[in-house]
Design a protein around this ligand. Structure first.
Ligand code: SAM
Ligand code: SF4
Ligand code: SF4
Length: 358
């Protein structure tokens, strides 16, 4: 480990930074921004509360100086942030203390990607992950809940791939009773295309999606359903601690991934911090509070002071929510500190995925 790296109380280094650039989105995915809650009256962050591109880049540069090797832009829908390619250009100039270029990626719903792909590539974005919860029209439109068609997302994926933002990864969040009937259809659609389809277990992030354990389709079940039609074999991870478990088709027609965030917690290897659009740093997806770095920035903190704040925050990190949750009841009633509570009291304080950045 290099001299500038920082580690938390479980000796996990800080390696990944997810940056949410907006809390707004043009979809209302049922598992993320259900329209009953994110309706007409929902108050999103006012513009002046958002970190500016300069502020984001300054914080990212300090994180990179402390060991971050991967940066991912997310949200909300990151491509809704005006001139997002301008931010990409600024982040693409960052270098690690030993001169390496950090990986720079984005997760998007694909709605604005066809227009933006070439600009993003030219600005220095390396890869995109596109969320797509079904290739069946009816299911997908019910999942995004704004009637957005599958074909437009598939077209955006093609454009992104052609622009050199690939191999594009496709994320499917599986929710039982909503889109699990399309698991094999999704596998079949992307098999042999060179695109990497990944199945994500529906997580209990936030408090608005009404998460229930019986709506989670365990990765083992996803693999069994696909494997029954297209035989699979395990593939070695690309790097130690990879969150997605790789499986390849035995006929050589590509690979898929499963992300078992609920049934097989990967807290032990979790090296990820999240920066919300208004500048709060979260050390866990399930954190109930973040540290306000925007306040420090706007109070005129020096780089040394910001570095100190980041080191102190990561140094004191003890998060392992998912690991504790899987040791608990299916409803997941574990506080950040690890205390198992009898009621789901913490759920009320959990931060929404669209705010913290998925
Ligand atoms: N809007 C962009 C998108 O959908 O790709 C980026 C933000 S979104 C919050 C990032 C990822 O989180 C998406 O792949 C989405 O499917 C996933 N996600 C959102 N809520 C989730 C949940 N409750 N469980 C698992 N994944 C979730
Ligand atoms: Fe928007 Fe992404 Fe959340 Fe869907 S998952 S509502 S596209 S932020
Ligand atoms: Fe990391 Fe928190 Fe998720 Fe565990 S629950 S893998 S610590 S973000």
């Amino acid at each position: 480990m290099d001299a500038n790296s920082i580690t938390d109380t479980f000796h996990r280094p800080l390696r990944d930074l997810r940056i949410s650039v907006t809390d707004r989105c043009n979809f209302r995915c049922v598992y993320c921004m259900p329209r009953e809650i994110f309706g007409r009256d929902y108050v999103f962050m006012p513009r002046e509360q958002l970190l500016t591109f300069e502020e984001i880049t300054r914080l990212a540069s300090i994180a990179v100086a402390h060991g971050v090797l991967k940066i991912r832009l997310t949200g909300g829908e990151p491509l809704l942030r005006k001139d997002i390619e301008g931010l990409v250009r600024m982040l693409a100039r960052l270098r690690t203390p030993d001169g390496r270029v950090p990986d720079l990626a984005m997760t998007t719903n694909g709605t604005v990607l066809a227009q933006k792909a070439q600009f993003l590539k030219d600005a220095g974005l390396k890869r995109v992950t596109v969320s797509l919860d079904s290739v069946r029209e009816e299911t997908f439109q019910a999942m995004n809940d704004v009637g957005y068609p599958v074909a437009k997302v598939l077209h955006a994926v093609e454009v992104a791939q052609a622009a050199g933002l690939g191999p594009v990864k496709i994320n499917m969040v599986v929710k039982r009773g909503k889109n699990d009937q399309d698991i094999v259809a999704m596998a079949s659609h992307f098999k042999g295309t060179g695109l990497i389809l990944r199945f994500i277990e529906y997580m209990d992030v936030g408090a608005s999606n009404g998460w229930k354990m019986d709506e989670v389709v365990p990765s083992d079940e996803v693999l069994a359903r696909i494997g029954a039609v297209f035989p699979l074999e395990p593939a070695a991870p690309n790097y130690p601690g990879e969150t997605s478990e790789r499986w390849r088709y035995r006929d050589g027609s590509g690979e898929i991934g499963v992300i078992s965030s609920v049934t097989q917690a990967f807290c032990r290897g979790c090296t990820r911090a999240r920066l919300s659009a208004d500048g709060k740093l979260f050390t866990c997806l399930f954190a109930t509070a973040g540290t306000d770095l925007r306040a420090l920035l706007r109070a005129g903190a020096s780089d040394a002071e910001l570095s100190g704040a980041l080191s102190a925050l990561w140094g004191g990190r003890a998060d392992r929510y998912s690991a504790l949750r899987s040791a608990d009841t299916p409803e997941g009633t574990v506080t950040r500190e690890g205390t198992v509570t009898p009621e789901a009291t913490v759920a009320a304080h959990k931060i929404e995925m669209s705010y913290i950045g998925g």
